[in-house]
Design a protein around this ligand. Structure first.
Ligand code: SDX
Length: 429
């Protein structure tokens, strides 16, 4: 990065020059690291709306233009021309692999898809109706109980094997969470299948008959994983970085990311968005629903974004996937897809949404697609977590390998009581 003219800040009788740093793309940053030492004041930015928490080379988002790049490659090109595993390699290593580089990577992931035999007992500890995200949070955290040989975060090889194990095992754990919820036997991974085909088979195969995934659904699944792979310093990625900054092992950090992603304002929005479309039910009920949004009774789930103040480029691809999958499963006129398209058209022309720059995000159409593929709504955020694991672990790896890395420890604006003496209970009230 380069530096430009410093920023000056004057607090009382003190004026401080703060360095201004310029990245490859995007806004400059004011380096405030010495601010407290020189002015005795903190900055204040609770939702991190104006704060860069780190330097990164992995993903760039231009929210105004609706641009998303992974290591410089536009998401639309990766979704159309790459595969999820190739995108995993790109996110982890910074370059698209040659065939000779990709082959051992793919083999390593394939060979780590199985789980320790004892691991399966975790699932029977949950109620059958447990939310699959509760199972994912617990199960992924428990991985650190099985892989003591790869917990030294300062060992490059151990960081790499942990990353491969997480990318490889998330589909197996996610499929088991689904099978457990529907009372069907677990299906083991097969090394002769591609990543997404293997996942669909582990979810939908039953012992009673052979299962071959529909190639259109396999391609759609792989594309959906690409769309969800990484997204700069979003809430769950920031959670993973903060957990990792203390030196916690990668399995525990990813479990923390899963917990954060579950929230309805973040990864949980895909489940909420489909529930919302079901509640609206028909295009005729859209105007009444929109009025409720304007009255702030509820939000339009799958709309709006902290960074995108334009159409989320992932939503564009997701909408195309919805079309393809619905056609493939013979449900082209799915009423919920019609409601979603009508709702989008109405919202995009309505001043309330226009002035707030609210556009569809990645979660608006994903639920329709995943539902058409056979997944229950409770699995939608699990699929998001499965795909985002590579982004989380790539960002975690980048942080651990940053020589300037320090434990994250924000401060606060304290507005509580000043000092006061203890009062015995006999003298209170
Ligand atoms: C993801 O950060 C990432 O990159 C996340 C993600 C990723 O890949 O990791 O992209 C994935 O989480 C996508 C977002 C999924 N969430 C939803 O779809 C839930 C609905 N969206 C909102 O909750 C909201 O838009 C957020 C949380 C996504 C963004 O919230 P912000 O940036 O904090 O915006 P805000 O709450 O300050 O909203 C600004 C205004 C407010 O209106 P006023 O009070 O100023 O009048 O817009 C309104 C908000 O009330 N608003 C909405 C709205 N989103 C914002 N009003 C109705 N419906 C909405 N969806």
């Amino acid at each position: 990065m380069s530096q430009t003219n410093p920023a000056k800040i004057t607090l009382g009788d003190k004026t401080v020059d703060l360095p201004v740093m310029k990245g490859t793309l995007g806004p400059d940053v004011v380096d405030i690291r010495k601010l407290y030492a020189e002015t005795d004041a903190f900055t204040y930015d609770p939702g991190f709306t104006s704060t860069a928490s780190c330097e990164s080379k992995i993903t760039f988002i231009d929210g105004d233009k609706g641009v998303l790049l992974h290591r410089g490659y536009p998401i639309g090109q990766l979704a159309e021309q790459s595969s999820f595993l190739e995108t995993c390699y790109l996110l982890l290593h910074g370059e698209l692999p040659t065939a000779a580089e990709f082959e051992p990577f793919e083999t390593s992931i394939t060979r780590h898809t199985m789980l320790h035999e004892q691991f399966d007992r975790f699932f029977s500890g949950f109620r059958r109706d447990a939310h699959p995200m509760a199972i994912m949070t617990g199960a992924v955290g428990a991985l650190s109980a099985f892989y003591h040989d790869s917990l030294d975060i300062h060992d490059l090889k151990q960081r790499e094997i942990s990353a491969h194990r997480l990318i490889a095992k998330m589909p197996t754990i996610a499929a088991r969470a689904y099978k457990y919820s529907v009372g069907q036997p677990f299906v083991h991974p097969r090394n002769n299948l591609s990543y997404s085909e293997n996942f669909l088979r582990m979810c939908f195969a039953v012992p009673a008959e052979d299962y071959v995934a529909n190639p259109i659904l396999t391609k759609a699944m792989d594309r959906i994983f690409i769309l969800h792979a990484d997204h700069e310093q979003n809430a769950s990625t920031s959670t993973v970085r903060l957990a990792g900054s203390s030196g916690a092992n990668p399995f525990a950090c990813i479990a923390a990311g899963i917990a954060c992603l579950w929230g309805p304002s973040h990864g949980g929005a895909n489940e909420e968005a489909l529930n919302m479309l079901k509640e609206i039910g028909t295009p005729e009920r859209i105007p009444e629903f929109i009025e409720g949004v304007k009255a702030r009774k509820y939000k339009l789930m799958g709309f709006g974004h902290r960074v995108y103040k334009n159409y989320d480029p992932r939503a564009t691809v997701m909408k195309q996937s919805a079309d393809e999958v619905l056609e493939a499963v013979g449900d082209k006129n799915d009423p919920l897809f019609q409601v979603a398209k009508e709702l989008e058209q109405i919202a995009l022309k309505d001043e309330f949404f226009i002035e707030r720059k609210l556009y569809p995000n990645v979660d608006f159409y994903s639920g329709i697609t995943l539902s058409a593929m056979g997944f229950p709504t409770t699995m939608f955020t699990v699929l998001f977590a499965l795909a985002r694991t590579v982004g989380w672990i790539a960002q975690w790896k980048e942080m651990i390998e940053d020589p300037g890395q320090k434990i994250g420890r924000p401060r606060q604006l304290y507005t509580g009581s000043g000092p006061r003496d203890y009062v015995p209970v006999s003298q209170r009230g």
